[in-house]
Design a protein around this ligand. Sequence first.
Ligand code: SAH
Length: 392
Amino acid sequence: MEYKKLVLKSGRERSLVNRHPWVFSGAIKDLPTAKNGEIIEVRSNHNDLLGYGFYSPNSQITCRVFEFTNDEKLIDDAYWLAKLQNAYHLRTQLLDFKTTNCFRLLHAEGDFFPGIIIDVYDKVAVVQLLIKGMENIAPIIYGGLNQLGFDYIYLKTKQNTQLLEQVEQGSRWVGEAAEMPIFVLEHGVKFSVNVETGQKTGFFIDQRENRKLLGEWSKGKKVLNTFSYSGGFSLYALEAGATEVHSVDSSKDAIALCEQNVALTLYASKHQSFVEDCFDFLKKSEANYYDIIILDPPAFAKNARSVDNAARGYKNLNLLGFHKVKPGGLVFTYSCSQHIDKDLFRKIVFSAAAEARRNVRVLRQLSQPEDHPINIFHPEGEYLKGLMLLVD
Ligand code: SAH
């Protein structure tokens, strides 16, 4: 198989040698005569092969490299299937599927699979395709998913997708549709998930280990879960024996899901939910009432330009949390903005703590779980960070 060649400008191979998967348009000397989504070779100015990637002629990231190699290689169906199986194998080592059957199976660059995300809910795999190249090989991946025992595949189109095929057809089942909602387990806690109508792929899988940690501290406590979505943190607190749990989200649909999930537990009488803006809710809530406050907002910084505004948002939110939490209480605070790294996030939380005039200690630094691996060469993949704080 002959692949077309993309040739880099002289001296621009450094990031590729360092296995960073993105080739930016400014680094390119000769573009290939390839179509959008075609697999191409990336070569240095000296014509040394550096790897293989997907061509995206209309993007700033002109090529996403999925294989770094100096030797020619055939990228066939078996290549992709082996890669998928490798990702699945990691998850089998990580999780006991009897108690946790929802997880991320493919985490894009974190699994050396640029442009695709797959989340699994029991027998249902929810696929998000972000580039044309992945759309081209999707049928191979679907076959591999079926072989792994995922009988139902839902292709979920991202709202801002540029991929024409997806814009035209929208989100859809590939093959037979599964009945909604699906009931899944996460560390033995039961949730109902609707992949068709839910946010993201249906559930915020990336908070699994942080929810478990919250549960470990919740017995006998009054817990406020802000930005609750379908009540992930709330259910862990209830199951662990919290005396009172409040869930707040501005979305009516999210709170409806949260109520459905609470109804699956034996503790509905200990729970109350509120459709409200979390900043407003915190402002008017009684000080020193909650033992634990969870702050898990959506990404405030959607791009590099909005970092300053986002930083102000995080600061104000954390300030409110510090003002309201009971002395000796805990604040679990998170940011899932890729553009705010963990050092900056910590600085923001520091400034909120200083302004609140409370003694704040970091008990744990939190991150994304192992099924959202961070490719060491692609630090952009590290997006979720959090702090478990003791507030005296
Ligand atoms: N902690 C959740 C995920 C949170 S996602 C979990 O574990 O599943 C962020 C949520 O914040 C979304 O449900 C969104 O509806 C909600 N949201 C966004 N802005 C808000 C605001 N200003 N006030 C309240 N909720 C908000």
